[in-house]
Design a protein around this ligand. Sequence first.
Ligand code: PA5
Length: 352
Amino acid sequence: MTLDDQSEIKRRDLHNARDVLAGFPAQCRDATRLVPSPALPRAKPALVVVAGMGGSAAGGDLLAACAAERSDVPIVVHRGYGLPAIAGDRTLVIAVSYSGNTVETVSAVEVAIARRIPAVALTAGGTLGALAARHGVPLVTLPSGLMPRMALGYLFFPALAAAENVGLQIARADDIADALATVETLAAELGPDRPTATNEAKRLAVAIGTRMPAIYGGPDTGAIAYRWKTDVEENAKTFALAGALPEMSHNEIEAWRAPSAAALHLLLLRDAAEPPEIARRFAILRDLVASAAGGVSESWTRGSSRLARLLSLVYVGQWTSYYLALLRGIDPWSVPLLDELKRRMGPGASSS
Ligand code: PA5
């Protein structure tokens, strides 16, 4: 198919994921107005643990990547059952589960309640919503009806606000305004109506084609590379690999000597603010491995603030994985294996 065939796009995108993606800037703006109820205690924590899985953990990764710029409090993203042993009474647990039925995340809040660790829950309802309400845990109730990975605005901005409530300044008001304006501009450039010739996400999807994307970021965009990987896996239902410089240049770089490198598409996530030594490392990496790869592309951050730069790159990745799904004739919305695994693990565990 061609990605400029609107009727074919509608035929393949069975659940109108395109409308949800196009609405991402509005979702982000709406999410900046959501606050926990009851309000969080004001004490500044020594540690923040964001507990979540999959699409709901992605907001935590973004929070940690933004916090690295100015926060003096570490942010740990916990993907698993319970809580890490280091979590204590000077920890704030931000438990994020869009459905509210993810057993790992529910167990994190159960442990927080049992250990009297301050917590806040972000969810559209489910078991987590009921648990928080029952125990008076501050709760941000999110609008329902989305797939978690397409609800990143709702999963990130209330977490940012919760951190701000307890005295952690991770992004200033002008950083947030810059991020909102940047994704608004991008929305007009990436949607189905914008032809491939001038649409970065369509061009990237076409360039990747049937190859497996090998997505590398730098020190700040490495977390975003991981998000691109999971979006490709869940939306396009195909494998992707992700890594970050400088680490991958100490190990994974050697794998590019394998004949199978020709089946990969090298995709570099570049940051307009990356330090010169990282820019040089990207250039040398490209020089060394590009001829082995099946193809090479770069995608650059937009906007000025760190939040704007990282969020803009996530947004390009969302659209790219969406178009990859359509090119493969795959419905980007549904995740049948993921749902089936949750179903077999226990009652009430669904992804949306
Ligand atoms: O994007 C998805 O659908 C998944 O990655 C989910 O986010 C993940 O399974 C966890 O579910 P939830 O976000 O509802 O806690």
